[in-house]
Design a protein around this ligand. Structure first.
Ligand SMILES: Cc1cc2nc3c(=O)[nH]c(=O)nc-3n(C[C@H](O)[C@H](O)[C@H](O)COP(=O)(O)O)c2cc1C
Length: 361
């Protein structure tokens, strides 16, 4: 994306209980439908472009309740008019034909505002609980890539054939196709396999929280590989926002979140995530280098350092944009109040800095 394009904003839909930090700190965020419908309306008013639902089939270390992502996304679309909703899909429980059909129907019901996020699996206990075979790290990504090729092929081609290691189609004609533009395909993960897959097939690469330098390295690798495949991929980065009147207040909230972390649950999570980046051949990727404090936020969101005054946060957002970020995926302690505050106090400052950068360029 060119720097002249406005940075886009997404938020994590809290369709899983317990909020987005593993802490006993007070969180006014709720996971039910009523709270989430209102949140989606607040977010679209506040200037958010996307909402991302999560898929979890079982609890593990907290997160006791989890609503299903496609059904939940559909409900949010029915209560909004502009917001795009990204439904998480996990290959294994989903196969591409069911997903292609569900998403095409949703596109006809609500207009082309539905997108998908292909996740490759990190939670071995979940797979075991639901009787899904557990593939190794590289195979999970091979399957996800075939899944994406099939999804897009079914949507694009009049008659689709495919012979892969995981999926097969013969002269398959699916009608209706989704409305145009076709649903965007996001993917989550930060390992080398994740970047390779993004550089070949995904529209968007979603990665865990990181610094501008950490992002720059990933972007350079993806752009170089995508260039070889004549493919274009945009970058989405996770971040946990604590925007307060003063930096001290914001830091005090971060300190309270971490000091009230639930140690057993964080350690349980730390154990499970060893099946993600650490299990890749190069031993890098999501959570491979995360400390206990980092893991209190599910996707390393503190590392992005969107913690301070609205002006400080806006300036750091511009640095991330200059490092190659096209979209920020955000989480908050109290979603209703803080999404509204972010839309009022931070997004306008980001837009001002973007306009200034354009004039100076
Ligand atoms: C933004 C984002 C969203 C994700 N959402 C989910 C999800 O809803 N359900 C899930 O099982 N995994 C989810 N994941 C996990 C990834 O799909 C993937 O399994 C994991 O990050 C492994 O990363 P790696 O490629 O770095 O090893 C998400 C990851 C990211 C970065």
């Amino acid at each position: 994306m060119s720097l002249s394009q406005p940075l886009q904003f997404a938020y994590w839909v809290p369709n899983v209980s317990g909020g987005l930090v593993i802490s006993q700190i007070e969180q006014r965020t709720r996971w039910d439908a009523e709270y989430n419908r209102k949140l989606a309306q607040i977010a679209e008013q506040a200037g958010f472009d996307y909402a991302l639902t999560q898929i979890r089939f079982t609890a593990g270390y907290g997160a006791d309740n989890q609503h299903e992502s496609v059904t939940f996304s559909q409900d949010l679309l029915s209560h909004t008019s502009k917001l795009k909703v990204i439904a998480a899909l996990l290959p294994g429980p989903w196969n591409p034909v069911l997903a292609a059909k569900q998403i095409a129907t949703i596109s006809h019901l609500y207009g082309p505002r539905i997108a998908v996020n292909i996740v490759s699996g990190w939670f071995r206990g979940e797979f075991k609980a639901i009787g899904e075979p557990w593939l190794d790290h590289e195979e999970r990504y091979l399957r996800s890539e075939e899944f994406i090729r099939c999804l897009r092929g079914i949507w694009r081609e009049e008659s689709f054939s495919f012979a892969g290691d995981f999926y097969r189609f013969r002269d398959y004609v699916m009608k209706p196709k989704p409305l145009s533009p076709l649903p965007e395909i996001f993917q989550g993960g930060s390992s080398r396999a994740a970047r390779d897959m993004a550089a070949r097939v995904s529209d968007w690469y979603f990665t865990n929280g990181n610094t501008p330098d950490g992002v720059r390295l990933q972007v350079a690798d993806i752009r170089e590989k995508a260039g070889r495949h004549q493919h274009q991929v945009r970058i989405g980065l996770n971040g946990f926002v604590i925007a307060r009147e003063s930096e001290q207040q914001a830091q005090a909230v971060l300190h309270e979140i971490i000091s009230k972390a639930n140690p057993d649950a964080v350690k349980g999570f730390q154990h499970e995530v060893k099946n993600a980046g650490s299990a890749s051949p190069e031993g890098e990727g999501n959570w491979a280098k995360s400390s206990f404090e980092d893991l209190v936020q599910y996707n390393d969101g503190f590392k992005t350092n969107l913690i301070g005054t609205p002006q400080q946060i806006a300036e750091r957002i511009i640095e991330l944009k200059q490092a190659g970020v096209d979209l920020l995926l955000l989480a908050f302690l109290h979603f209703h109040e803080e999404v509204e505050f972010f839309g009022r106090e931070v997004i306008p400052r980001v837009r001002e800095l973007e306009a200034k950068a354009l004039i100076e360029a």
